[in-house]
Design a protein around this ligand. Structure first.
Ligand SMILES: [Zn+2]
Length: 527
């Protein structure tokens, strides 16, 4: 802008160009006089001509209410309903108090200035302490007054109070716990180094949860010497004191040794070698087993028989609760376990946005053009990521709900005949509903016979593709598909017949050839 001003001045040969600038955010801290000085110095630099502090104009405010603050009148007013006409409301004792608390303050030159934002709850407490009227009544009265004040117009047509309400929504965090049995442990979502309860000094460990079943693990470092476990932030590399990072699983009893048959009930089935009636642990996976420890509530390793039995996983190669195997070395800790706050900000904003939009649609007392949601962010990548996320969420939601309804409808009509690949696209198309004009490139001709036929056929193909792409396990870790959540079952046509056909299985190896048809169906289904 500074260059533009200079070029303009040169181009028109102006010797006495008048520069006028506006800004809402230029002034820094300090007194009013200091602020004018700063703004003038900056404007001089930008415009290339001297701007004196006396030429800097701020805003001037005037009171909207009329009257002096009076405790007795205020206390009496809190038992009355709020006046709804401007004539009474702008002299209302509560309105006068609200304007001095929320609206106006005095600057160092004795002029009216904007009050810094305040919490509604703080104002409720203040009003309660001032008047002795119960907090609930104070809150209700304040709420009614602000709402009424935003609707009531003064003779000039302006609302008495135009207020903005901010609601802060914090990001989900981690759960922290002490090293105690689940029934008696201390849990909190507020980060602290140690638990505030007796005995003092017990460290708080972050909890991580199995992505498949939700089993909880304590996120730890094993300190040098192997005699103590200390807390570690999830997905963090080990600190200097640590000799290994990992997860602690709290056991009911001591974690079984590699030769103990009890181990077989805790590991994935394919880690067990079955030979006739005997089942043994696959020794090749010995390094994937956790190490058994006994620890006290401070994380120190103690002797057998004392403390709490735990199993220490340096890498969580399987979950002892759901027996899911996480053997792939590609997988990071993040893809095996998550903390309570892992599900990202984009998902949270999307869900909140959807909820706000849905609520707005039902707000009949708002004008149409007031029913909108604006979102702001401080960088472009964020904005594009968020809008992309929202579009994807809506798309996935529409396709999945249509698929679900199509499957349910089919089941109600003909329980014996599930949907097949052939009729899937059409069934989802019907369940999706909506008008052809929503999907057509040219909405005007969408309902003409030929166009309609083509649109329908294309839409059926696109829908089938979307459904299959979604049912393939993808990158949507936080949005598992309908099969993963157990709301939909996919199977193969003719599987029962193949499973029951003994001649086909006669040449197969031992467990398969002798298996029950039902077992074979289950196996083929999983594979
Ligand atoms: Zn699990």
């Amino acid at each position: 802008m500074a260059m533009l001003v200079r070029r303009l001045r040169g181009a028109v040969g102006a010797t006495d160009l008048q520069c006028i600038g506006t800004s809402a955010t230029l002034a820094g801290p300090g007194t009013k006089a200091e602020q004018r000085q700063q703004v003038a110095a900056l404007a001089t630099k930008i415009f290339g001509t001297t701007i004196t502090p006396s030429n800097v104009i701020g805003e001037s405010l005037r009171r909207a209410t009329d009257g002096e603050f009076d405790i007795a009148a205020l206390t009496a007013r809190l038992t009355q309903p709020v006046p709804t006409a401007w004539e009474q409301l702008h002299r209302d004792p509560l309105a006068v108090w609200v304007e001095t608390k929320f609206g106006l303050a005095q600057d160092d030159e004795g002029k009216l200035a904007r009050q810094s934002p305040r919490r509604l709850s703080t104002a409720v407490t203040e009003l309660n302490q001032l008047t002795g009227v119960a907090e609930e009544i104070c809150r209700e009265q304040l709420r009614n007054l602000l709402l009424t004040g935003s609707k009531v117009r003064d003779p000039g047509g302006r609302p008495l109070f135009a207020f903005k309400l901010h609601q802060f929504i914090g990001k989900g965090d981690t759960v922290y716990t002490t090293l105690n049995p689940p029934a008696s442990r201390y849990l909190t979502t507020q980060y602290q180094r140690s638990a505030p309860e007796e005995p003092l000094g017990r460290p708080l460990f972050p909890l991580a949860f199995c992505r498949e079943c939700g089993q909880d693990f304590l996120v730890v470092n094993r300190d040098k010497g192997g005699e103590k476990f200390s807390p570690r932030p999830l997905n963090d590399t080990r600190g200097e004191q640590a000799e290994a990072t990992g997860l602690l699983y709290l056991c009911d009893g001591d974690w079984p040794s590699a030769t103990d048959p009890a181990l077989l009930d805790r590991i994935p089935d394919d880690w067990v070698i079955v030979d006739g009636a005997t089942r043994t642990f696959d020794k090749g996976r010995a390094t994937r087993l956790p190490t058994a420890y006994r620890v006290d509530q401070f994380g120190t390793v103690v002797d057998e028989g004392d403390g709490l039995p735990v199993a220490f996983f340096e890498r969580l190669d399987f979950c002892p609760s759901c027996k899911t195997s996480y053997e792939s070395s590609q997988q990071s800790e993040f893809s095996r376990v998550s903390s309570l706050g892992t599900e990202g900000r984009a998902s949270a904003v999307t869900v909140l946005t959807q909820s706000v939009v849905r609520t707005l649609r039902n707000q009949t007392d708002l004008d149409d053009d007031a029913r909108k949601l604006l979102a702001f962010t401080d960088n472009r990548q964020d904005a594009s990521l968020q809008s992309g996320h929202f579009n994807d969420f809506v798309l996935v939601g529409l396709v999945r709900s249509a698929l679900y309804r199509a499957a349910q409808k089919q089941h109600e009509r003909t329980p014996e005949e599930p949907l097949t690949d052939d009729d899937l696209g059409g069934a989802i198309f019907d369940a999706l509903g909506g008008d052809l004009t929503h999907f057509a490139r040219d909405p005007v001709t969408a309902h003409e016979a030929i166009a309609a036929k083509r649109i329908k056929s294309t839409l059926r193909d696109v829908l089938s593709y979307r459904v299959w792409a979604d049912l393939k396990r993808g990158w949507r870790i936080t949005m598992p598909n309908l099969e993963q959540t157990g709301q939909l079952r996919l199977t193969y046509f003719g599987l029962d017949g193949v499973a029951a056909d003994e001649t086909k299985w006669a040449g197969a190896a031992a467990p398969l050839s002798a298996a029950e048809p039902a077992t074979r169906v289950e196996l083929m289904h999983v594979l």
